[in-house]
Design a binder for this molecule. Sequence first.
Ligand SMILES: [Zn+2]
Length: 220
Amino acid sequence: MNELLIPSKIIHSRRRSLALVVDNNGDLIVRAPMRCNNESIFSFIIKKQNWIIEKRTNIKNSAYKPINYKDGDIVPILGKNYILKLGEGKQILFDNEFIILPVSSPEKSLKKYLIKLCSRTLTERVNYFCSAYKFKYRQITITSARTRWGSCGYNNGINFTYKLIMCPPEVIDYIVVHELCHTVEKNHSKKFWQKVESILPNYKQQEKWLKDNKCIIEII
Ligand SMILES: [Zn+2]
């Protein structure tokens, strides 16, 4: 059996169906009903093998690893990699290549900081492209979405996940332009892509970066 198909954990509980989860560390976790035997579990895994292998391979090959709030973890912010250090203070400090998080609440502090930075940066970038290219939007909402970088609703309200702030500035600009183009073209039509390209001729490079680094959305 491919080693990527071996589960790290099988959790039996009072549930009706089998479910598979690949977590941020690439561990395969099986959730199974109380009396489900190993045979049914493994045939379920085999059925889902393509999905599991793809997901685990992506995590293994990613340049970005889950942040476990330990000294030495890498925290990307605006595309720059900072080395995490825990400190006694109550504030987040930056020291050349280090980000120093309060040891009492490293996770909460980092998330709060990133949400604030994301909100400030995204508002600035959206307004820049709106005044340069005459887009109109309703409001910007910063979310904690885990699967998509941004979205644009029918009323032209735009959502961005705060995790976007980990990406390089040119990638952030691409997501901003992508969502703003949805205020005029709701689907991914030819016209839509022409509009994106007219503003960002190199947008395909940013799309490639997002494809190659899609795990970054899951590291926090
Ligand atoms: Zn889109």
